[in-house]
Structures are given as C-alpha cells and as structure tokens.
Design a protein around this ligand. Structure first.
Ligand code: IMP
Ligand code: MG
Length: 187
C-alpha cells in the first residue's frame, strides 16, 4: 500500500496544496536524529511528545536516533477546531515518567505563537530535569510572540495554516503523509 500523499486536499471547504514532501521531511528527520544522537550520547534522554500533533513526527524522528532513549507523552489543547490560536492552553494529559535529573527532549509538531511551548517549558522545568531541549518540526517564526528556546527546528515556514503528517484541521488530515499549506484565496 502507498502512503496517502495527494497533490491537493480539501477539508471543510478549504483547499490545501503540498508544501513539504515525504522525502524532504524524512531527510530532515534523519539529520535531526543524527544530531540528537551525537548531542545526547551516554545521556539516555527521554523524549516527551506533545499530543496529538507530534505523534507522527516523534515516531519517525525516534527511529533515526541511535542511542539509548525513552519516550513519554503529554496532551495539551489550545486550538479547538479553529485555524487561529485561542490564546489559552489547557492540560489534558500529563506525563507518567519522573523527569527529575533526566535529560528531557520536548517534541512539538509546530511552534506558532509560542504560547504552548512557553507553557510547557515552564511546567516541565518545575520537575527539575538535568536539561530541557526543544525540538519542533515546524516553526512559524513570524507568528512567534513568546520568547521560546528552540534547539532543533525542522523547517521555518510562513505564517499560514498547515496540516498533514500529524497536524490537523478540525481533527482531520493527520493521516496525510506530507505537510500541506492553505491556498490563499484570491480577493
Ligand atoms: P502556539 O501555542 O500558538 O505556538 O500553537 C501551538 C499548537 O497549535 C501546535 O502544537 C499545534 O497543535 C497548533 N497549531 C499551530 N499552528 C498550526 C497549523 O498551522 N496547523 C495545525 N495546527 C497548528
Ligand atoms: Mg501541538
């Protein structure tokens, strides 16, 4: 069976076109995985994935990491079913692991305003990890208002809504194998 990777998709009446291909994403995952393996050699880091959006990226990225490591997940909600941030972050699920004294690598799908990332960094630091690093597949640099540290960024992207590869629009589109970007309407 082939990966689900059409040229265009339509969800909720909005049109999206391919922005990053499967090959481009996997190439970048490979580079970041190699870099993390080098930077955390002998440290047995714990990856913490932010659900739901980061599950596919984290699953792929970890398979390019060639050192001992662990994984856990937490879940946040901020967007609801809209295309713009609600400006509020809620905890929906916490990690089970004890991260005090551990090397933590937080894995996000996308940093947009930076609100969620700032919230997560402040929250996890309270548990006194030995170190806290941040990986995001996508970074909307122009939209980022909060001052957040990002140690590994896959791609800097324009301030437009994207979906696929774990990212959704009103919960749909996560199964697309690539990243799609909203087609701007002609006015
Ligand atoms: P922030 O708190 O504004 O940085 O938003 C972060 C969260 O909003 C991400 O973890 C995503 O779940 C979601 N998000 C932000 N931009 C997009 C997008 O373009 N498509 C889908 N989800 C997005
Ligand atoms: Mg997210």
């Amino acid at each position: 069976m082939d990966l689900y990777r059409p040229e265009f998709v339509k969800i909720n009446g909005e049109s999206f076109r391919i922005y990053l291909t499967h090959e481009e994403i996997q190439q970048r995952n490979k580079q970041i995985g190699a870099q993390i393996s080098k930077d955390f050699n002998d440290k047995k880091p714990i990856f913490i994935g932010v659900l739901n959006g980061a599950y596919i990226f984290l699953a792929d990225l970890m398979r390019y990491v060639s050192i001992a490591c662990e994984v856990d997940f937490l879940k946040l909600s901020s967007y609801g079913d809209e295309k713009v941030s609600t400006g509020q972050v809620h905890d929906l699920k916490d990690i089970d692991a004890d991260i005090s004294g551990r090397h933590v690598i937080l894995v996000e799908d996308i940093v947009d305003t930076g609100l969620s990332m700032k919230y997560l960094i402040d929250k996890l630091k309270k548990d006194e990890p030995a170190s806290l690093s941040v990986v995001t597949l996508l970074h909307k640099k122009a939209a980022t208002k909060h001052d957040v540290q990002i140690d590994y960024a896959g791609f800097n992207i324009p301030d437009l809504f994207v979906l696929g590869y774990g990212l959704d629009y009103a919960q749909e589109g996560r199964n697309l194998a690539q990243i799609y970007i909203l087609e701007e309407k002609e006015s």
